[in-house]
Design a protein around this ligand. Sequence first.
Ligand SMILES: [Zn+2]
Length: 413
Amino acid sequence: MRSFAALALALALAGCSGTVGDLTPVPDADAPLDDASLPAAPDARSDASSDAPSDAPAVMDAPDAMPALDRPAAVDRPTLEPCAQREDGTWCAGLLGLPSGGLLRCEGGAAGAIEPCADGCLDLPGATDACATDAVEPCFNDPDGSYCGGSIGASTRRDDLYVCVGRRTARIDACASGCDDRAGGTDACRAADPCARATFGNGAYCGAGIGGDAAVLYNCQGGRTASQARCERGCEAQPPGVPDRCAAAPTTGRCCLLRPPGSFVRGFSACGRGGSHYGVDSGAGLGTALVAGISGTVVGVATGHPNCPYNVSAGTCPSSCVNQFNYVKIRSDCGDPSDGGRDLYVYYLHVDRLAAGIGNGVHVNQGDLIAYVGNSGCSSGPHVHLEIVPVARGASAFLNTCTSVDPASRYCP
Ligand SMILES: [Zn+2]
C-alpha cells in the first residue's frame, strides 16, 4: 500500500543502501561519453516540435486527476467515497482521509466497515496495511531508541538497525557488517573491518585511508585485520604499493648500522663485484639473539618456514624453496646513514623466529631484540643474512637487486 508515508520510508531505505553502494569505486567514472550513444540532436528536436500542436492549451491532462463522476453519488455520504478509484484491499482509514486509526476494506470501489485498531494503524510498504501489533511492527513494544532487528523480533532485516520512535519504526539503517546488540535501546551497526577497504593487497595501511582509526597502522591480510599497532606519533600514508608506516620516533641510537651477531661468513659480492651475494652472512648459534641494527619501523615479517635442504655440491636449493625464509624487514628512522634524504630498508633473513611483540608496524630502537638466529629457508646452517637497500624516499625496496649496497659500508664505527 503506497502512501506518502510509505513512499517516504521507501526513499529513506533507498538512501541507506545508496550510502553503502558509494563505497564501491566506479571504474569508469572518468570515461568520456561515447558520442555514438547520444541521440542525434537535430532530429530529436524536429520530432518533438512536430508532435506538439502549436494551438494546444498548456495543460490538457487534468481530467485524470478529477473525481470519478460516472457513478451516482451515495446520498448518505456527504464526502467523496474514500474507496473510489482504490484497488481492492485493506487500507489504513486515516490515510484515506477518514478520521480514524482503523482499517478500511475497499472492494469494487466501495468502502466496507471500519475495523478499529486499538493501537493505531500501520501503513506497511509492500504489504497489506494492518492494525499495530508487535507481530507487524518490531518497535511496537519498545521505548524510543535504536535496536537490532533480531533483538526486537523483526521478521526481516534482522541484522539491520531499527530506529524506534513512538513505538513505530521511524527508520531502518542498513548495517553492512552486522548489528551489535547492546543495552537500553543503544544498539548500533557493527563497525566494518577497515581492511575490507585495503584495495592494494596485503600489507600495512594507515587507518585514515581505509576508514579505520587514523592513529592505527593495520596489517591487512586477505581483507581482514591480522594485527594492528597504534602509532604514537601518527600514521604516515605512502604511495600505492608502498606500505604505510607509523611516523618515525625521535631516533634512539645512532644513524649507523650495528654489526650482526656471530662471525663473518660471506661478504657482499653482487653488482659488479664478481659474485651474486646481495648481503653479508654472519654465522651464529641457533637461537642467538638478533637485535635491530638501526632504529626504525618493522615493515615486513615472515615466520613458519623450515630449513630447506641445501645441496652443497651444487650450491643450490630446490626451486620450491626460493625466498621461503623467515625474516624481519625494518625501515630506518633516519633514512640512509650515507644520505638521510633516502629511505633505508634493512633485512634480516633466515631467522628462526620473531621476538615477542615484533610484527608489521612495530617501532624498534637500535639494539632492541627483534628475532633469533635460525636456519630457515635455503641455508646450510644457522646464520643471519643482512641485506640493506637504500631507495628514494617513499619508494619500495626489494631483495636481490643492485639497489642493495654492502652493509659493511654503513656499520657503526
Ligand atoms: Zn646470505
